[in-house]
Write a protein that binds this ligand. Structure first.
Ligand SMILES: Cc1cc2nc3c(=O)[nH]c(=O)nc-3n(C[C@H](O)[C@H](O)[C@H](O)COP(=O)(O)OP(=O)(O)OC[C@H]3O[C@@H](n4cnc5c(N)ncnc54)[C@H](O)[C@@H]3O)c2cc1C
Length: 500
């Protein structure tokens, strides 16, 4: 880069996940000079490992399916996913603003070549609103990166932003560490924080949620809340920091990349897949989505309610399976932080057909015991005796038998409701306790400006995506990515109209 490029730079974006790349593209589309800094060697962040659902109202896909919808109804329904106490703490006005722009964002992404399957229903949404990107969320990254580069945006990877630079109170740049060397980067219009969430920052989790939760891992180990720390360093307000998506029990990911992850996500391939999609029979699409379902999925809590038990690597029960979040915290404190779920014959039978499934993305597809045995042999094993089962997973037989029959006694672990029995056994796991994401973020206004404790905008500092959630509660599938993309798209317009 020439020194003159740096002098004329308008915007610095911290983070090259979904929201940061969307912001980069939007700024560049408005003719702004962009520098995007990503701490990892590659772009993507949590967005790059997500399923890719994008929930929105008033989309072309809804209209094509004669679905009459609007963002006011959508906001009302979105408020029914979270626990009432979390929803009560939410920023409903900001969510209403976001949802009124989400449908247009989907259209903006389609113009870049992205293709979506759906909309699919997800109650309590009153109409289908979930759109799934083809083939998965890596496509967002590939399409946005290509467009940003084409528009002349400058991307630096291995560039970890560590501090903010201020001139007369205004944020005018950042300090960044590249391969251990510190440097300063400045810009004329604003610094946009798009550094994701803090699901893997044990210290932040302990501070805001309690020490007991610190042992729980985030799914994305790089989601370390750097952007939240930068907000705090500028005396910005952080809202709803104790609200998290999880902890939840989830199957550990497969050792090899899943079929969907191996599909090409470059824009040409995506366009081709999108064109062919309407001609693919629904049964094949569902089978494909089922494969997605068995990668990171959360086994339904109903399994434990129906009597399945949790076992550690010593073959022992270690918690009250019915108590959440106690059981998730207990799993995080077991050897290697893992556990298995033991099903007996009657539970296997129950979880082999509708309405009892092991995991789902609502109304798209449901995965049952046999699906797991077929598609995820690394986390599902069956046998006709407990002894065979124990041998297959290298667990101590006697301990497993004691746990299953209820003869095991461990201090603080209540007796099982009924002994497990029969001639067919399934062991699911390993499962781990994970935070999927965190719901705390910078307080912002509808221009994405970070607000201080007096609700005054901090000059030159913006936050988007998970970094700038602004107190919104975005439960249900598909709203986090919709927010990442929408906040990124809109902040570009705000910056274009701002004074340099
Ligand atoms: C398994 C899984 C599946 C999911 N599926 C869905 C889904 O289908 N639909 C949905 O809506 N949501 C989903 N989510 C949640 C959703 O993916 C995320 O909330 C959203 O994509 C976050 O986007 P973001 O841009 O805010 O953060 P990210 O995509 O995480 O981007 C942040 C980027 O900032 C970088 N960064 C961090 N610190 C620094 C620093 N100091 N300097 C420079 N760069 C930095 C990070 O490395 C990262 O690349 C899923 C989450 C998980 C874990």
């Amino acid at each position: 880069m020439h020194p003159s490029d740096a002098e004329n730079r308008d915007v610095i974006i911290v983070g090259g996940g979904g929201s940061g790349l969307a912001a980069g593209v939007s700024c560049a589309e408005q003719g702004l000079k962009v520098l995007l800094l990503e701490k990892q060697p590659h772009l993507g962040g949590t967005t790059g490992i997500a399923v890719g659902s994008f929930t929105a109202s008033g989309t072309r896909h809804q209209r094509k399916n004669n679905i009459d919808d609007n963002s006011v109804d959508h906001n009302e329904d979105a408020g029914q996913f979270a626990q009432p106490e979390d929803e009560a703490a939410g920023n409903h006005e900001l969510r209403a603003f976001f949802l009124s722009h989400a449908g247009d964002t989907l259209g903006w992404l389609e113009k870049m070549g992205l293709r979506f399957h759906g909309p699919s229903p997800e109650p309590p949404n009153r109409v289908p609103r979930m759109h799934n990107v083809v083939p998965n969320a890596k496509s967002y990254i590939a399409a946005l990166q290509l467009r940003l580069v084409r528009l002349g945006g400058h991307i630096m990877t291995n560039a970890s932003v560590e501090g903010l630079l201020r001139t007369d109170g205004r944020v005018t740049g950042v300090t960044v560490s590249m391969n251990g060397i510190q440097r300063s980067e400045t810009c004329r219009r604003g610094v946009v924080l798009a550094a994701g969430d803090y699901a893997s920052n044990a210290q932040m989790i302990a501070e805001h949620k309690g020490d007991a939760f610190a042992a729980v891992d985030g799914i994305n180990p790089n989601a370390t809340g750097d952007g939240h720390r930068l907000v705090a360093s500028a005396r910005g307000q952080l809202l709803n920091m104790s609200i998290t998506y999880g902890p939840e029990l989830r199957f550990v990911p497969p050792p090899r990349k899943s079929f969907s992850q191996l599909l090409p996500s470059n824009p040409t391939a995506v366009k081709l897949m999108g064109t062919l999609l309407p001609f693919v029979p629904k049964i094949l699409i569902n089978a494909f989505i089922k494969r997605l379902l068995v990668t990171w999925q959360h086994p339904e809590d109903g399994l434990l309610d129906d009597g399945a038990i949790l076992i550690n690597k010593h073959g022992q029960r270690f918690c009250d399976e019915l108590a959440s979040p106690g059981r998730e915290i207990a799993v995080a404190n077991q050897p290697d932080k893992v556990a298995w779920i033991l099903l007996d014959e009657s539970i296997i039978k129950r979880y082999s057909q509708w309405p009892h499934f092991i995991s789902t993305a609502p109304e798209i597809a449901y995965a049952y015991v046999d699906d797991y045995l077929r598609l995820r042999p690394d986390v599902a094993v069956a046998a006709n005796s407990l002894q065979q089962l124990a041998t297959q997973r290298n667990l101590p037989t006697a301990a497993l038998q004691a746990a299953a029959t209820g003869t095991q006694t461990v201090d603080g672990v209540p007796k099982i409701k009924r002994p497990l029995q029969g001639n067919r056994w399934v062991l699911l796991g390993p499962v781990k306790s994970y935070f999927t994401t965190t719901e705390g973020g910078a307080a912002i206004d509808t221009s994405f400006r970070v607000l201080d404790n007096n609700d005054e905008a901090i000059n030159g500092l913006y936050a988007i995506g998970q970094n700038g959630l602004g107190g919104q509660i975005l439960w249900g599938h598909g709203l986090h990515i919709a927010w990442a993309m929408t906040s990124g798209r809109l902040v570009g317009r705000v910056l274009a109209e701002s004074n340099p």
